[in-house]
Design a protein around this ligand. Structure first.
Ligand SMILES: *Cc1c(COP(=O)(O)O)cnc(C)c1O
Length: 417
């Protein structure tokens, strides 16, 4: 089928849940994707934060080939070495004690929500006063299944499916007073993306996360950090909560975990793990031999190639270059993020949309989220020359699309050398 035929068939036979870009990619290598005409695209989105090692990484190819010859699936009724090997790495890097494996971000989040409710039940059984309510944050995104979507802020994701899971209240972002006002012994967990992804790459403040930790400690409620987008090294630390020196009780990972294969995990402490017993929760596919073997290879590659250091270094360079663009183009409101999880906020949603479109026309893939935010989630292996390429393109696009604004800045600024 050619692209036009695919489009026609999808229009007729697929549930209409996506607005796709009219491009068919057929291959990739490193930080580049290749379309059916052989055109190369610099990918600064990596499949929404998934392809952390880029495309056609030899370690991933080799691991998939070898493991697929041995075993792809056996179910969770039998042992294989993959979950054990992966759990050893994940618990060490996270400071958690135990892992549960599943297939996606939203499933990892469901596991986190379920264990929070079950753990509160254990505490009640032990005579503690603790309820079943979740506090989530405004602009949060935790996934699309009914539980996850109930804790996701945007109305348009929740309301068509009402009634969603009850007992969720949203707290104003970084508003400690609002958090304190809404917190009580009714609450079983506070839910936080330390750096919100879909919500526009917004880091919570140190004092907000500290307040959440202190409040939950005071009642036995859990602090649950969603690291599905920010985790596994994207921000330069294995987990973004490590930038805050705050240890949650439960955390979740997914997007980059298995090099493009579907895999999610919920990690928790021994204390919280008391709430789960055989038969209470499970999955048919989750944590299969193939996905686990690739995840182990991804983690070992990040360590061997010292990619956390690289992400910090190249991320800082990228952010500095974006800040230089901000000084030049008043259409850029602010640049924010950490490591290779970066955002440029534009002063209008229309303009942000146009910029993403024009960048694609220049064969550079970025993404617009939260209406006005240009989001960058490139592979960890991004190099300086590629950052320079992206910055030059963005400069050109901004100059073309918002030229009058530049004039204003030039007159206002001290531009005479
Ligand atoms: C993507 C994402 C999810 C949902 O993951 P899926 O694999 O799409 O179910 C949940 N939380 C955060 C922070 C995410 O970025």
């Amino acid at each position: 089928m050619n692209l036009e035929e695919i489009k026609a068939v999808e229009k007729k036979h697929l549930l209409q849940t996506y607005e796709r870009n009219p491009i068919r990619f057929v291959a990739g290598d490193g930080v580049y994707l290749v379309d059916e005409n052989g055109e190369r695209y610099l990918d600064l989105l990596s499949g929404i934060g998934v392809n952390a090692l880029g495309y056609a990484h030899p370690v991933i190819e080799k691991t998939i080939a070898e493991q697929s010859r041995q075993l792809i699936h056996t179910s969770n009724l039998f042992y294989h070495e993959g979950q054990a090997e992966l759990a050893v790495r994940l618990t060490k890097m996270s400071g958690m004690d135990r892992a549960f494996f599943c297939n996606s971000g939203t499933e990892a989040w469901e596991a986190a929500l379920k264990i929070a409710r079950a753990y509160a039940g254990v505490l009640r059984g032990e005579g503690k006063t603790i309820g079943t309510k979740f506090l989530a944050l405004e602009q949060s995104f935790h996934g699309r299944t009914i539980g996850s979507v109930s804790t996701t802020y945007k109305d348009k994701y929740r309301e068509p499916f009402a009634p969603v899971m009850p007992d969720v209240e949203f707290v104003k972002f970084n508003d400690i007073e609002d958090l304190r006002a809404k917190f009580s012994t009714d609450v079983c967990a506070i839910l936080v993306e330390p750096i919100q992804g879909e919500g526009g790459i917004r880091p919570v403040s140190q004092s907000f996360l500290e307040a959440a930790r202190e409040l939950t400690h005071s009642t036995g409620a859990l602090l649950i950090c969603d690291e599905i987008q920010a985790g596994l090294g994207r921000t330069g630390q294995w987990f973004s909560y490590q930038h805050y020196n705050i240890q949650p009780d439960v955390t979740t990972l997914a997007k980059p975990l298995a090099g493009g294969l579907p895999l999610g995990t919920m990690l928790c402490t021994n204390e919280v793990a008391r709430a789960m017993h055989p038969g209470m929760h499970g999955t048919t596919f989750g944590g299969g031999p193939l996905a686990c073997a690739v995840a182990v290879a991804v983690i070992d590659t990040i360590e061997r190639e010292r990619l956390l250091e690289h992400v910090t270094e190249i991320g800082t360079y990228f952010q500095e270059k974006l800040d230089e663009l901000r000084a030049k183009h008043p259409a850029i409101v602010i640049v924010r993020g950490k490591g290779l999880m970066l955002a440029v906020e534009i002063d209008s949603a229309d303009l942000a949309k146009q910029i993403a479109g024009e960048m694609l026309a220049k064969r550079i893939i970025i993404n617009r989220t939260s209406e006005t935010v240009l989001r960058f989630l490139p592979p960890y292996i991004l190099g300086k020359s590629e950052v320079d390429l992206a910055i030059a393109a963005l400069d050109e696009v901004l100059t073309d699309l918002a030229p009058e604004a530049i004039g204003a800045a030039t007159t206002g600024g001290n531009h005479i050398g």
